[in-house]
Design a protein around this ligand. Structure first.
Ligand code: URA
Length: 219
């Protein structure tokens, strides 16, 4: 007989690491972002809060089920995403679809969003001030969605969400607790990295198995 959730996860072989004093979830109390999904999408669509709006074709809000159990968080839109208005539609997105398929999920089963809603020029890394400006949108998405589990893809998303400087190699393979709800958060490699480094796919598979097991725990 398994007692607490932590004991259950441990019995399942799922490593648990819950940081003390989880980071508060909201960094903004602005009324502007307190509304519904539609309200939030309208606000994001016309956002000019940072310089990135100058170079975008359109914002990339997020896609998927508004009641998904799994929230996948990437870094920022690339060229294809900027063109289509949807996250992870390029080559990396196709690999992400295949990764989801490996755990019997489709894009339609999950919600996919990025730290940034606008494409940085020449696909450069997001600047901390851009991430900070955009974060209230993601935080409101998380509040509205209330995911059972989050999957951070790549160093940028993982370090930003966990406010950590640790390497992705040391962040992956265990469970974090995100925000006030202590939502389980798993870190894995970005699909774009996996396209360049196929040997890392074995570890990414382990991460996906962890995601699947945690989803099963929450069923
Ligand atoms: N890479 C990301 O991190 N997000 C996207 O939407 C596309 C590529």
């Amino acid at each position: 007989m398994v007692g607490t959730r932590e004991q259950y996860l441990e019995a399942m072989g799922i490593p648990v690491w819950v940081p003390r004093g989880a980071k508060p979830m909201r960094t903004s109390d602005s009324d502007e972002i307190n509304g519904s999904w539609e309200d939030l999408q309208d606000v994001v669509r016309v956002c000019t809060k940072c310089q990135l709006h100058q170079g975008r074709t359109q914002t990339v809000f997020g896609v998927g089920r508004n009641d998904a159990d799994l929230l996948i968080v990437g870094e920022a839109p690339g060229a294809e995403e900027d063109r289509c208005g949807e996250p992870f539609v390029g080559r990396a997105g196709q690999l992400l679809n295949a990764m989801l398929g490996a755990i019997q999920l489709t894009r339609e089963d999950v919600y996919i969003a990025n730290i940034l809603k606008c494409r940085p020029p020449n696909n450069r890394d997001p600047k901390p001030e851009e991430a900070a400006t955009c974060t209230p949108y993601l935080e409101r998405q998380i509040e509205l969605l209330q995911p059972k589990i989050m999957l951070a893809l790549g160093r940028i998303a993982a370090q930003w969400l966990l406010q950590s400087n640790s390497t992705i190699g040391s962040l992956r393979g265990r469970e974090f607790a995100f925000g006030e709800q202590a939502t389980p958060l798993i870190v894995s490699y970005h699909p774009a990295y996996l396209l360049r480094s196929p040997l890392a796919k074995a570890k990414a598979w382990e991460d996906l198995v962890l995601v699947r097991r945690i989803l099963q725990v929450h069923k």
